[in-house]
Design a protein around this ligand. Structure first.
Ligand SMILES: [Zn+2]
Length: 92
């Protein structure tokens, strides 16, 4: 049984599908990369403008769960030293 033509056709079809798959993946990747890049810029801009501590939602403290899983301890936020504001870093 000579199946050379069939084998060649199947190989060719596989190659075409692989090429098509890679092209589509590239388009999808570009689309999402662009959106992610835009959001990263927006994130940086907002982080720079934000003056409230993100660690404690600007409250200066947060509640900690005890070993029973009950919120019963108020802890001063170390990030903002309890101010609820972004502290200026001297070393930058
Ligand atoms: Zn804080």
């Amino acid at each position: 049984m000579n199946l050379i033509e069939v084998i060649k056709t199947i190989r060719s079809d596989i190659s075409k599908l692989e090429r098509k798959r890679n092209e589509e993946l590239e388009r999808i990747k570009e689309k999402y990369d662009k959106q992610i890049a835009e959001l990263k810029i927006a994130l940086e801009v907002n982080k720079k403008m934000n003056s409230y501590c993100i660690n404690c939602d600007g409250r200066g403290f947060y509640r900690q769960l005890d070993c029973a899983g009950i919120e019963n301890e108020t802890v001063t936020c170390e990030e903002c030293k309890g101010s609820g504001r972004v502290l200026k870093k001297d070393s930058q």
